[in-house]
Design a binder for this molecule. Structure first.
Ligand code: HEM
Length: 124
């Protein structure tokens, strides 16, 4: 797990830097900029999310699948690749190699399960 080499205090600056890049990205930027009206709140929520995921802090309570489903019409598997590339670049730039690798592996897992939920769920 990531607990030993990621500090809580690293996560806020990491999340801020990541979403700055996302907002400036030609493909991802418009989706986020249209959807998110309170950026300080989004950045706080995503910092809590990563704290919960990597440090088991329990700080995030939410429904990521439902949140992304709202934007299903604009989100494609290719955009997930783009998201993961920006996450890789940002974590490589800001974190130690061990922490970056753990954050990248976790993001890839979550991206996979979000995509399964969004695009490949069988009709019930
Ligand atoms: C929220 C877009 C991938 C984690 C959001 C929102 C958008 C968005 C527009 C705001 C939803 C709303 O309230 O209207 C995208 C796009 C992605 C992507 C375009 C890739 C193509 C990911 C991945 C993760 C993630 C891979 C996790 C590793 C979250 C979380 C929230 C969120 C935790 C907050 C959900 C809540 O409101 O509790 N995303 N996302 N997203 N995203 Fe993503």
């Amino acid at each position: 797990n990531g607990v030993s080499h990621i500090r809580e205090s690293d996560l806020g600056p990491l999340v801020d830097a990541f979403y700055a890049r996302v907002r400036g990205d030609a493909a991802l930027g418009p989706i986020f900029n249209d959807a998110i009206h309170d950026w300080p709140d989004h950045l706080k929520k995503l910092t809590a999310f990563w704290s919960s995921v990597m440090l088991a802090s329990g700080r995030y309570k939410g429904q990521p699948v439902a949140a992304h489903m709202k934007h299903k019409a604009r989100i494609t598997p290719e955009l997930f690749d783009r998201w993961l590339l920006l996450w890789k670049e940002t974590t490589d730039d800001l974190m130690t190699p061990k922490a970056a690798a753990a954050l990248q592996a976790k993001a890839a897992q979550i991206a996979e399960s979000l995509q399964l939920a969004m695009f490949f769920r069988l009709p019930s």
